[in-house]
Write a protein that binds this ligand. Sequence first.
Ligand code: NZQ
Ligand code: MN
Length: 384
Amino acid sequence: MDILNIYNPIKMHFGRGVINEAGNIAKKYADSVLIVTGKSSMQKSGTLDKLLKILKNAGIDSTVFDKITPNPTTDDIDAGADIAREKGVGLIIGLGGGSPLDSAKAIAVTAKGNIPVWNYLKTAAIEALPVITIVSTSGTGSEVNKYSVMTNPKTGEKPGFGYECMYPKEAIIDPEIMVSMPPHVTAATGFDIFVHTLEAFTGKMKNIFSSAYCMQAFCLLEDNFVRAYREPQDLDARSDMALASALAGLAIDMSGVGIMHALEHPMSGNYPNIAHGAGLAGLAIESMKYNLKACRRDFMLIAHHLGIKRMKRSEDEYAYSLIEKTEEMLASINLNIRLKDLGVEKDKLPKIAKEAFTTMGFAVQNNPVTVNEQDALMLLEASY
Ligand code: NZQ
Ligand code: MN
């Protein structure tokens, strides 16, 4: 048996209404907090006000930093860290989708040091303020992992980073917060879960624990993804999607992602209007075809977990049925798209291919089939 180190220190609280425990949970860490959130969704749904009340009732003093955009920038993270330092808060609460949660972790690190967040790509962080995540999308898995993804607005580069001190202390995963997601957000974020499971299950760093998480996540996705897309208020579907997101988030924490993520980050880095999951949707089919030769057994196993019957198909045909199933899934959530539909300009493809290696090299390395820059460009062109 190969040496295997498994570690995840996060306390996770799942279920309808668990946001009501936020006061008691936060109180364990500090009596003054910075809430990091986006510009509008948590205000509109009333979740931010609800959280403020819960914290106030627990005697906690809150400051709100609501400047985080989708695909968050280093400028906003550094500004958030300045506020955390000025206010002397003892805890950061991330409230929202992956963008505010990633920013909360990055702010927690930056507030402890005297360098801009970008420098942490080279300088390892050894301490951070404690973080609690309260997640509002089912997608990135950021609620339960150590990663933070940030965009340099000057260059368009969008790397991820993650140190042990960046694990959230506790995660509050309440499906009632997710029902306000409109269908296009459910579609993009839900497809992100699918790609996490696919890439963690087939990557070079796969292990028995991440694979177990992925298999359960595939079953949950099969039963609930399209349902949550069609019926936003369906709390059972929302609950199961929240579980799938966490399972997949734990899986990528251990086993990483692959070529789809390596190519997507520079896409939404250079085009911040692209939702991460929509970018993945544009890249998935060609990337799966590229990886098929190394993933026949894994693709068959996934096909099985997604409920596809083998019938009289050969192994090759059964493995390929996963690609057909993915196309069907994308059609049912209205995300059967090409890169040009996302507004990517063709002459930017070489820059995107290059940045996959300079900013997401670890994901390229983890891909089951070797990829060089020429292959990456070919994949982008085929997806255009
Ligand atoms: O910005 P606000 O006003 O909050 O609105 C958001 C945003 O417009 C809205 N939204 C979120 N929850 C909602 C809601 N609207 C109504 N009801 C709700 N309950 O949805 C839009 C997208 O939000 P965002 O947080 O950007 O989406 P997502 O959760 O997909 O996060 C994407 C970011 O996470 C990174 C991505 O690269 C991207 O920057 N990732 C982080 C990962 C990690 N930490 O492990 C892994 C992923 O692969 C990914 O790279
Ligand atoms: Mn992702």
